[in-house]
Design a protein around this ligand. Structure first.
Ligand code: ZN
Length: 468
């Protein structure tokens, strides 16, 4: 299907684009989806080589580098004429690894690249081989047009995003920042620019912030012994009480400017009561109490809570190595995520106040990994062009800055001083929900919406890069 999905006003589509290049982009996406890059272990080489071949076919010279051969990263530069180059580079970044998929739960096999006439199916269609193919299509078009541009454009396809970025963007930033232009001004990356349908309106968010990460271990001590005897102070039992307390207590609200802009981006176009209620929803005392009345859908409530709270989800458990031994200690790993302005220490304080009434002082926290929340300014020329391109592609859509609960490669690029945005324009019909497909079963991308994204991204890059 080449046109927009049913119900969409086709005259609102983004600028024209050669039809053969759009179908080549679909084919490239299908080929990428047929390569299984599930991480772990990743095995991104074949996909990286496919991207490298495409870059060479349009006359660019990709470099493939990495911590070892099985974990390659690709960077390729479309250089500005030195006479026009006045600005620091712009990076378009994607990752080629995907999260694993269980084929038993899929309608079409997850590594088939199946095209059902409307959607292209496969693990990574949304997250984020779709953007790899989209970015390459935009780059291909612009390289062919060869306009004067004010800065270098660097396209990057990294590995290992889904397992924490160590061999991918983290390695690239630490070992080969030259391939990212050393200090790029901007990075365009995933999680933003897709259609969000709510109350009959269409919204598009440009991601400007990511929550931080605080991976913790909670250890509880007890009296070790033989488990045939009735012992009192069993560490496993104490740990279970602590986990129950964490699981049944909501952490405090931390209203931030980022959260306010995001939530009010939804309520402002609605006007009336919804918009008047939004400051109350952000209020540390009233917000948590009002939430269930203000936001009916549990999924949408989770999004609101996700940006306003720290979260702490117990995941991995460690106890006794043997069934007949009561261990002297037991521990649980906790995936903590930090709202803007929060730290691992402040999350530990919040958790301590929950656990202390249950266990006294018989516990300790260890920080396994901490990465602070990152926020970028929405007051930049690039942000403005993103808004303009989305508005011209969908004049009835509403664009607002957003914050996401997870992390992306942007947290590494931020270390180079880059302003990073999630901008992966994608026109989604109402029955396709981005959040459900992201890491979900039956991941797929509507071809029309994918082509709309290619046109919108190309339009945005033209506006932003071309001089004179
Ligand atoms: Zn991703």
């Amino acid at each position: 299907m080449q046109g927009p999905p049913a119900g969409w006003a086709s005259e609102q589509a983004a600028p024209e684009f050669p039809a053969d290049e759009l179908s080549s982009a679909t084919q490239l996406l299908q080929e990428l989806l047929r390569i299984n890059t599930s991480n772990p272990p990743g095995n991104e080489q074949e996909a990286t080589e496919l991207v490298a071949r495409h870059c060479r076919s349009i006359g660019l010279k990709p470099e493939v580098v990495g911590s070892h051969a099985a974990r390659p990263n690709l960077a390729v530069r479309w250089a500005a004429d030195p006479a026009n180059q006045t600005e620091r580079p712009l990076v378009l970044s994607c990752h080629l690894d995907v999260v694993p998929a269980n084929p038993d739960r899929w309608i079409h096999p997850p590594f088939s690249g199946h095209h059902d006439g409307e959607c292209i199916w496969g693990r990574g269609a949304i997250d984020m081989k779709g953007f790899a193919a989209m970015g390459l299509a935009a780059l291909t078009r612009l390289v062919k047009e060869n306009p004067p541009i004010n800065r270098d454009v660097i396209f990057v396809a990294v590995c290992d995003e889904e397992a924490g970025t160590r061999h991918g963007s983290e390695w690239l930033v630490n070992e080969r920042p030259d391939l990212l232009g050393d200090n790029p001004e901007y990075v365009i990356n995933e999680v933003g620019g897709f259609t969000i349908h709510q109350n009959g309106r269409r919204y598009y968010s440009v991601q400007i912030a990511e929550k931080g990460v605080a991976w913790l271990r909670l250890t509880v001590k007890g009296q070790p012994g033989h488990s045939s005897l009735p012992l009192q102070n069993n560490a496993i039992v104490s740990l279970a009480k602590a986990i129950d307390a964490i699981g049944s207590t909501k952490l405090p609200w931390h209203p931030s400017r980022e959260a306010a802009d995001y939530i009010q981006g939804f309520t402002k176009p609605q006007g009336g009561i919804a918009h008047k209620l939004s400051p109350i929803l952000l209020h540390p005392f009233w917000g948590p109490r009002l939430l269930r009345y203000a936001v009916a859908s549990p999924a949408k409530r989770a999004t609101v809570e996700g940006v306003l709270r720290n979260t702490a989800n117990p995941t991995g458990l460690t106890g006794s190595p043997a069934i007949n031994v009561i261990p002297g200690s037991a521990s649980v790993e906790i995936d903590g995520r930090l709202a803007p302005g929060q730290t691992a220490a402040s999350l530990i304080e919040e958790l301590t106040s929950i656990i202390r009434p249950v266990l006294g002082d018989n516990f300790e926290f260890t920080i396994l990994q901490e990465s602070p929340p990152v926020t970028f300014s929405a007051d930049t020329p690039l942000y403005q062009e993103m808004v303009k391109s989305l508005q011209s592609a969908d004049p009835d859509g509403h664009v607002m800055p957003s914050i996401i609960p997870g992390f992306t490669d942007s947290r590494n690029y931020a270390k180079l001083g880059a302003t990073c945005y999630g901008f992966y324009p994608l026109q989604l019909p109402e029955d396709i929900d981005f959040a459900t497909l992201f890491h979900g079963d039956n991941e797929r991308i509507p071809e029309a919406g994918f082509h709309w994204g290619i046109r919108t991204l190309t339009d945005m890059l033209r506006r932003f890069l071309v001089t004179g």
